[in-house]
Ligand binder design. Structure first.
Ligand code: EPU
Length: 433
């Protein structure tokens, strides 16, 4: 097992290159199963969720070739199974995208239900199931597996109104409907950048999907998808995490390989906190010299403030002058990291979905434990800003979504190192992203 040792209190300076978006990659990789040919996917982040997704595809019969560190070729011409192994699929939450992909191409999918949740709240998939059923699939849940089957018929396009704005359900239904007979309309669809990215990927392979990025997505079913080359968008949340790190530590960093539009709400909130952000074509220059100001945040579906930045921003606000209010508007609960921040001296009270954050002058290093991916990122930021040494355990959660985080931070002048320690009893299934 690996831990991060961080000596905090050093401002960050330099340049950081943002990797491909995790939440796009974990959908686009399963979507490659739908293609009767070879997909070359570029700008793939080197993170363990991607490694796991590729392993699952291989186990179904896909042939994977690494072209270079960030490019893979996936050949899905010889898929021989539509049932994933429990051991592999349960390890990543995003394994549910295999249902839409396999059902969409083969009319059948049997996928282990994703593992438990570490936010402390429920993560239902009823909207995914509602969508598959509307397309004519029979969906059953038995023995830890979800089985979706078109029962030998072709799926049929349908009008589907999502009861909640769900990223996962929107993407899963898009995949299932891409080769269905006729037209599908998804209303109240999620609009996150990775939804547009998946639609662009599928369209570049021959699908006919319009309106991704708005709340109405129209899909005209096509007979088949063919191979091609596609580059994944940069990771909005990874970029936001480095911006938040600069906000917390002070310093000046050029965040490279981003799409500024995707960063708008994060940029605006950091500016409200007194952080200077200059936008260029595909970079952002982030600088914090003076004190941080309080701000209120409510997380919402895109283009609102992303829930996946909530822990990192709460950490920034823990160091701001005055009292800030943070409200979680997407998940029923996502504050497990707060107890760890409090152990470092933060003053935060959580009441249901709201955290009251009373800024303190400084945090103090401590042994702390990541409970999920973004919680882990928040603790790294806290430790970078804190006085003294912190030791972060359970960093395997962080490495599921942040490529090479230790070296990226070291190149910015952070005093962080990864050390191997004897294994403890880990529960990887609790990962939530
Ligand atoms: N919901 C339902 N029923 C459903 C699906 C969702 O009630 O069938 C509810 C959820 O309980 C939640 C809300 O709808 O309250 C939004 O959930 P959504 O389906 O949008 O989340 P997700 O697709 O499971 C993805 C990201 C999460 C991110 C959310 C929200 C991936 C692999 N995961 O999850 O990312 O928080 O969208 O933006 O794309 C992360 O990267 O750290 C992470 C957790």
């Amino acid at each position: 097992m690996t831990k991060y040792i961080i000596h905090g209190g050093k401002p960050l300076f330099g340049e950081v290159e943002i990797s491909g978006a995790k939440n796009a990659a974990v959908a686009i990789i399963p979507a490659a199963l739908m293609v009767n040919g070879v997909c070359r996917i570029e700008n793939i982040p080197q993170i363990s969720d991607v490694t796991m997704s590729l392993k699952i595809l291989e186990q179904l019969g896909a042939r994977i070739r690494s072209v270079n560190r960030h490019t893979v070729e996936i050949d899905s011409r010889h898929i021989y199974s539509t049932k994933t192994s429990y051991e592999l699929a349960r390890k990543i939450r995003a394994s549910y995208y295999l249902i839409g992909a396999l059902l969409g191409r083969f009319g059948d999918a049997e996928v282990a239900l994703p593992g438990g949740c570490n936010f402390g709240g429920a993560r239902p998939i009823d909207q995914h199931i509602k969508g598959f059923t509307a397309l004519g699939a029979r969906v059953t849940v038995e023995g830890g597996f979800i089985h979706a089957s078109a029962e030998g018929r072709k799926l049929k396009g349908a009008n589907i109104y999502l009861d909640v704005v769900s990223v996962g359900a929107t993407m899963n239904i898009m995949m299932a409907a891409a080769m269905a007979q006729g037209n599908t309309v998804i209303e109240n669809a999620a609009k996150e950048p990775h939804i547009v990215d998946l639609a662009n990927f599928l369209n570049s392979m021959g699908a006919n999907i319009r309106g991704a990025g708005t709340d109405t997505i129209k899909i005209q079913g096509v007979d088949h998808l063919t191979g091609g080359t596609y580059a994944i968008i940069p990771d909005q949340i990874e970029a936001g995490t480095y911006m938040a790190a600069v906000a917390a530590t002070g310093g000046q960093v050029l965040v490279k390989n981003i799409i500024p539009k995707h960063m708008d709400c994060i940029t605006a909130k950091l500016q409200e906190c007194g952080v200077e952000v200059d936008e260029h074509e595909d970079t952002l220059l982030v600088r914090r010299c003076g004190p941080l100001h309080k701000a209120n945040i409510k997380t919402l579906p895109y283009p609102g403030f992303p829930t996946d930045m909530q822990p990192q921003m709460t950490t920034v606000l823990a160091l701001a002058e005055g009292t800030s209010l943070v409200t979680e508007g997407v998940w029923s609960s996502r504050y497990r990291y707060v107890d760890e921040l409090k152990r470092m001296g933060a003053r935060i009270q959580v009441d249901d979905k709201t955290a009251v954050v009373e800024g303190v002058d400084h945090l103090t290093g401590a042994p702390i434990q990541a409970s999920d991916l973004r919680a882990g990122a928040a603790l790294v930021i806290a430790a970078l800003a804190a006085h003294g040494e912190s030791e972060i355990s359970q960093v395997q959660y962080i490495e599921r979504g942040y490529e090479d985080i230790v070296n990226k931070l070291r190149s910015l002048g952070a005093d962080i190192r990864a050390v191997d320690v004897p294994d403890e009893d880990l529960d990887l299934t609790a990962h939530i992203s």
